[in-house]
Design a protein around this ligand. Sequence first.
Ligand SMILES: Nc1ncnc2c1ncn2[C@@H]1O[C@H](COP(=O)(O)OP(=O)(O)OP(=O)(O)O)[C@@H](O)[C@H]1O
Ligand SMILES: [Mg+2]
Length: 252
Amino acid sequence: MKREPVLKIGNLTVRYPKAKTDALSEIDLELYEGEFVCVLGKSGAGKSTLIRCLNGLQMPTVGHVFYNGNDITVYGEEQLRKVRTDMGMIFQHFNLIPRLSVLQNVLTGTFGRRQDWKNILGFFTKGERSNALDFINEVELGDQVRKRVEHLSGGQKQRVAIARALIQKPKVFLGDEPVASLDPGTANRIFRILGKIHEEHKLLTLINVHDVTIAKRYATRILALKEGSLVFDGKAEELTDDILAEIYDERT
Ligand SMILES: Nc1ncnc2c1ncn2[C@@H]1O[C@H](COP(=O)(O)OP(=O)(O)OP(=O)(O)O)[C@@H](O)[C@H]1O
Ligand SMILES: [Mg+2]
């Protein structure tokens, strides 16, 4: 039986208003369950734009995005919200609520699935709390549960963001430079956690990274964007120094 892609994009092109060139240009891509994809590319190459197209935060100018065979570019806000509850997303700047505790921040990850009237903190069931604690343990923050997020380190905050993204039991995990500005040891630790969770939850994971070493170490598939075009799609061992020089314009 042929495996169907979880996400498929066809001829995806994005041009922002008033821009003279495309931020993304005619991208075709099929992404499958179990793939751990890292996306490389210089600043401005279109990595964030691609991620935002995959979960419907950005609509393409031309082309389509299919999630489980359904074209989400024709969806309205309500349908897109449902799609997004299937997709855990972590941002570079975490988007956490600084004054709330680790536990409360992770619990806010359930909002997408709840009725609005229940979205008041303190209104969580025992089951939801224990579920949140499981994920907090999974990202190795079990000893920080009651601490306010504003008092955590960058790497700890990032792990809170991961737990918050996971609590909604996503099928797709999207990360926009989740380890930028972290030291290499912490960045590797977070990727190890992401890799473990990726395996356990049988996800499709797609992460934008600047760090080539990390991409080579953890990705099952590497993509590279250059000026909005997809210039590499392959395995770590196929990503030669020559190709890297081309991606990052390091040729002299
Ligand atoms: N909201 C926007 N309005 C107009 N132009 C935008 C907008 N967002 C991004 N762009 C432009 O689109 C191009 C791609 O940007 P994008 O943020 O996708 O790059 P990136 O690869 O994520 O870069 P970085 O590594 O710096 O995060 C850039 O030229 C950028 O200036
Ligand atoms: Mg970006």
